[in-house]
Design a protein around this ligand. Sequence first.
Ligand code: NAD
Length: 771
Amino acid sequence: MRQIRSVTVLGAGTMGAQIAAHLANAGVPSLLLDLTPDVARAGLERASKLKPDPFFTPEARRLVSTGGFDDGLPRIGDSDWIVEAIVERLDVKQALFEKVERYRRPGSLVSSNTSGIPIGAIGAGRTDDFRRHFLGTHFFNPPRYLRLVEIIPTTDTDPSVVDAMARFADRTLGKGVVIAKDTPNFIANHVGLHGVMRVFDALSTGRYSIEEIDAITGPALGRPNSATFRTLDIAGLDVLAHVTRNLAERLDSQEDRHAFALPPLVEELVTRGWVGEKAGQGFYKKVQQEGKRVILALDPATLEYRPQRNVQLGSIEAGKSIEDTGERIKTLFLGRDKVGEFLRETLGPVLLYTARVAPDIAHAIDDVDRAMRWGFGWELGPFETWDAIGVREVLDACGVSDPPPLVRDLLASGKTKFRDGDRGPGSTGLRLVPPSGPDLQILRSAKERSTIVKRNAGASLVDLGDGVLCVEFHSKANALGGDAIEMLRAGVQEASANFQALVVGNDAVNFSAGANLMLLLLEAQEGNWDEIDLMVRLFQGATMGLRYADVPVVVAPAGLTLGGGCEVALHGDRVQIAAETYMGLVEVGVGLIPAGGGTKEMLVRAMAHAPKGADPLPFVQRAFETIGFAKVSMSGADAFRIGYLREVDAVTMNRERLIADAKAVALDRVREGFRRPAPRTSVPVGGETVLAALKMGVHLAHRAGRISDHDRLIGQKLGWILAGGSLPHAAEVSEQYLLDLEREAFLTLCGERKTQERIAYTLKTGKTLRN
Ligand code: NAD
């Protein structure tokens, strides 16, 4: 099988530098080339300063080396894959590939990141070997964060090359791969731009304001907060103009070209240089008014900026209570109000257009849906939206008597939905759903096979097959309350009795945002200390249960893994972490300390690193700072650096493979002859001297004004646990002893007014209060 171990990236601009960064995230070294070594270096430098960070860790950058084309191209013979991301011009790309052909090793993969130039045209004129190994690899900006990569084979591309590239993008880079046909702008941008153009049509009628359209086209439709116009401001109107013009030029029919004619408003804004955020103004403009940052909105009729108007759209407000996105879209789309009208004018045509062009641009309708979900952050793709509203309802609502063949065929076959069981190709040659990979989203498929062993409101036990049980959290933000904790306990018990191994993981965006603070706050305000004491005991019992289970426990965090969520991970036999995981013991932010075994576990690990007889302080200090500063990892890889993970833990790049990987690790552990670890009865602690040193640090930080009175109190409590409590000298203690210290400190802090204020503030705003 072809392996990609080293890569050359041609072009160190916006995309090239960030593609190199993401290769480095995956541990793949690359050579980043541009016109001159200086240009390449500057490109990498610019990428390193971007927010959000294209790199998982600062160290990853070392895997990218830079150079100029003149010196660099002769060295590309070492590369297994050469990816081009230079200016969007056919002649320039062709000229560069002519040189690439001279130096590349036969059999190496070559691709272009073009947004829209036909891949076949770029590869024309090259040798057979080149063309067999040449294809499009279309990343989305920012490449680290947007899941989609469209892979575009030409008629000459060897199918094994497509497979190798798809496999690498999926497994090694963690991307969501969609194989697209070689048509102008491929799938996502083609469909997405059509939607944007229809919104401009609606805007030009003068019936809707920019704020109204953004209120309709964001979360209400299951799309990102930045909706339409804020997204365009971020992407840049110059980019929009460029891509739209290119697409319009390349489309065959006059009618389609017309559908993508650049709106005069966009032309005017580009002429004025009001191209969005990078110019300081676009559809919105940030200004300072009386010392405050205010965002003004553009009035498209006068081209003046004015204060944003309050949007009053009753159905959007009412829609907020409809949890299910499909149900919400349906209600809004069919509504007999302004929102319904807008959606029938804009979303309606997009659905019809997509159904018309899908057979030309994609191999399966699900590919179109996935492209829009992964590339544009839509919760539902166009065909999922058709199904949610109802195919007939869409046609009736939009007054369509002559639907596109795909829709006609569907209705003629007696079906009312695109996803209706049949997976084979219809008369248009378009498959409905491509066969899915065996290791993707195995938790979801397990549940579809109805393998739920046990369930309550907060979590379920799901049989993943092959003797592996899974504890899946499924409460709001996966906050851990009594239900989830009970299910952790039940999971360990059930797995020990009837399974070989246990996985703790889920398919949600966030593994767990932490303990259920609402519950805690209510108990604290009522002064129910016994209740809180019991809650903490149960949680400690659950995490210790994971650590000392008879079967290996693999925890699989992803997304936010905070507080109690982090403590669960700290107690796994192994952690299989998703690449995009933001993990941390953040209890200090709400005026508490980790008391689910987190403080204990960080201390045990710190001391395990301290050589016998060495001064323990620097090691304890590290744990103290990690918890005291509430450090949160900026990626899965970063969690190793901070010390939340150990060498034996591992990263999964593709979120959808996480549970399958965790299961595989669990089964490996079984095969290795897993034995339950012996309880730690002799954890060394530093006693009085360590406590004095930690307290001194807290005192100095307080005196320098860096921390508040309340921070000082929390710091003292934390230091107290990490030093081993009130021991006069260094000693060895049991884990239970440390857990008791955690619980005691936690209870004391719960009784503090400022802690309760912090919790209330975080619950209300999602932010931390520094009181
Ligand atoms: P960019 O302008 O940021 O970078 C282009 C690079 O090409 C620059 O570093 C420049 O020095 C180099 N270059 C300029 N003239 C050259 C020449 N004659 N020969 C060789 N190199 C030259 O562009 P970008 O946004 O990174 O886009 C690169 C490619 O990726 C384009 O094909 C674009 O369509 C595609 N793309 C861009 C985005 C995006 O959002 N920016 C997304 C997907 C795909």
